[in-house]
Design a protein around this ligand. Structure first.
Ligand SMILES: Cc1cc2nc3c(=O)[nH]c(=O)nc-3n(C[C@H](O)[C@H](O)[C@H](O)COP(=O)(O)O)c2cc1C
Length: 482
């Protein structure tokens, strides 16, 4: 992951630990009621992919255990990891693109409700993403993947030559000469792996995304309700399809790109289709970016426009993240795919303990405050979820007291100590294990390995019944007294 050059080290601390009485009287542990959004407290576990689904995207026992353990902390809500809405192979990413996934997902919602004694709402994050290929070997790219065109023939003065002759000539060029012959997208495909964009409207399946996606999201939301989820979170953030429609880099000229209003059009159509599919009394919200944190990307003004549109349309919550884009991601190794959390925007999304003067804790709070203020100024009461480096009671309570957000999300701290919310609520905050923000979890995510935490994944490995990672070296769920 990219790190700010200052490399100043920050340590998460417990802050002032509340007594049980203080916690009971706090904003953080007070309920929230907004239409169908009914939370027992304002605590929230944002989506995190733990890579525990099977190769076809089905729920496994390890998925169920993972969420059961998080539910023991009794947060107001857990958002289940990004779950694919299409019925297409996508490796061990959880899927919801067909009715055959419903039975497995029901086990997750039952586990969350049971293990939290009914205190935690279960939401699922619905995601669509485009094709991202692994970085190829130079030879394979030139021999097989590159489509030879007359542009290459012209550049090489090889008019009429057959493809194989052109490929052989390209292979003999050094990198500088090759780059001069390839166009920018071909060069990128060689350097980083080919990556589709929403602007590739010459490809029929990309051109037709506006026709396809509302139905796919709506079908997924219906299945989510059948599986017992209390609501859905539309994934409009980070590097994926819907965020790419919202992005200032979306220059589609078909009414779905260009101005902010046109960029918001498909996300609004998707929302309308989902709402029609699940009715007014079901929770539908979205996760979106306060800022893309890339050159030429959307900033806070764009986000204000989108947030107002989504809230006016009737979304039940808005959850704000930042960054996490492919655009500035590092070049992957040959055989790996580009990972959208390796550049500056990736740092903004999941900042580690090595930071700049601003530090890693709460980098998204001021933009979130601005977004919530814009909603309130417009008379919209839509609850807002803040996240990013929030790890103690004092900080969380301040977010609520200052009106920055209505709900406090904490991802990595909840991974470090899944029971931490309950410990705080019961006046046992001294027992909370503090996340160190070293991004060990994120490193595992990058390799699509089962995500765990370095604070606990080697602890009590030999206890009976401990579920281990595929390589047998790590436990997959935090110990019980953790
Ligand atoms: C292992 C891992 C997986 C993640 N997966 C998702 C995801 O599926 N969807 C999403 O919106 N964010 C995802 N995130 C980002 C988190 O939800 C969160 O926004 C980010 O970690 C910053 O919050 P934190 O400082 O509380 O961890 C993931 C983060 C981690 C560490």
């Amino acid at each position: 992951m990219w790190q700010p050059p200052q490399r100043l080290a920050f340590k998460a601390t417990p802050g002032r630990i509340p007594t049980r009485e203080e916690a009971a009287a706090s904003r953080l542990f007070s309920p929230l009621s907004h239409g169908p959004l009914q939370l027992t407290s304002r605590t929230w576990v944002p989506a995190m992919v733990p890579w525990r689904a099977d190769a076809d995207g089905h729920v496994t026992d390890a998925v169920v255990e993972w969420y059961a353990r998080l539910a023991e902390g009794q947060p107001g809500a857990i958002v289940i990891e990004a779950t694919g809405i299409r019925d297409v192979p996508s490796g061990p990413l959880l899927r919801i693109g067909h009715d055959r996934y419903v039975a497995g997902l029901r086990k997750v919602t039952e586990a969350i409700h049971r293990h939290s004694d009914g205190r935690t709402r279960a939401y699922v994050q619905l995601i669509d993403f485009l094709v991202v290929k692994r970085r190829p070997l130079r030879a394979s790219f030139l021999e097989r993947f590159l489509r030879i065109t007359d542009r290459h023939r012209a550049a090489l003065a090889m008019a009429g030559a057959d493809d194989n002759a052109v490929r052989a000539r390209l292979a003999a060029l050094d990198d500088a000469a090759l780059q001069a012959v390839l166009d920018a997208r071909e060069w990128e495909a060689l350097q980083k792996g080919a990556r589709e964009r929403v602007t590739d409207v010459d490809l029929p399946h990309i051109r037709d995304l506006p026709l396809l996606l509302p139905g796919l999201f709506a079908g997924a939301a219906q299945r989510a309700r059948e599986a017992g989820f209390d609501g859905v979170e539309l994934h409009y953030a980070h590097a994926y399809t819907m965020a790419s429609f919202l992005s200032a880099t979306n220059t589609r000229a078909d009414g779905y790109g260009g101005s902010v209003a046109e960029r918001a059009r498909l996300p609004l159509e998707v929302y309308a289709a989902v709402r029609a599919a699940v009715s007014a009394n079901y929770v539908v919200g979205c996760r979106m970016l306060s800022e893309e944190c890339i050159e030429g990307g959307s900033g806070i003004d764009d986000a204000v426009f989108f947030a107002l549109e989504f809230a006016r349309a009737g979304m039940d919550f808005l959850s704000f993240s930042r960054g996490g884009k492919f655009d500035d991601a590092k070049q992957p190794k040959v055989g790996d795919a580009v990972y959208p959390y390796t550049g500056v925007s990736g740092y903004e999304c999941m900042p580690s303990y090595l930071s700049d003067e601003q530090g890693p804790f709460g980098r998204n709070l001021e933009p979130t405050r601005a977004l919530r203020e814009a909603l309130r100024d417009d008379g919209l009461a839509t609850p807002v979820v803040a996240a990013g480096g929030i790890h103690n009671f004092e900080q969380a309570e301040r977010v609520l007291a200052e009106g920055i957000a209505d709900i406090v999300g904490s991802a990595r701290q909840s991974l470090a100590d899944p029971g931490w919310w309950k410990k705080l609520r019961e006046g046992r905050g001294a027992k909370v294990r503090q996340c160190e923000y070293k991004n060990y979890c994120e490193g595992l995510d990058q390799k699509h390995k089962e995500v765990s935490c370095q604070l606990w994944d080697r602890v009590g490995l030999d206890e009976p019944g401990v579920m281990r990672s595929r390589d047998g070296k790590r436990r997959l769920v935090a110990p019980e007294d953790w």
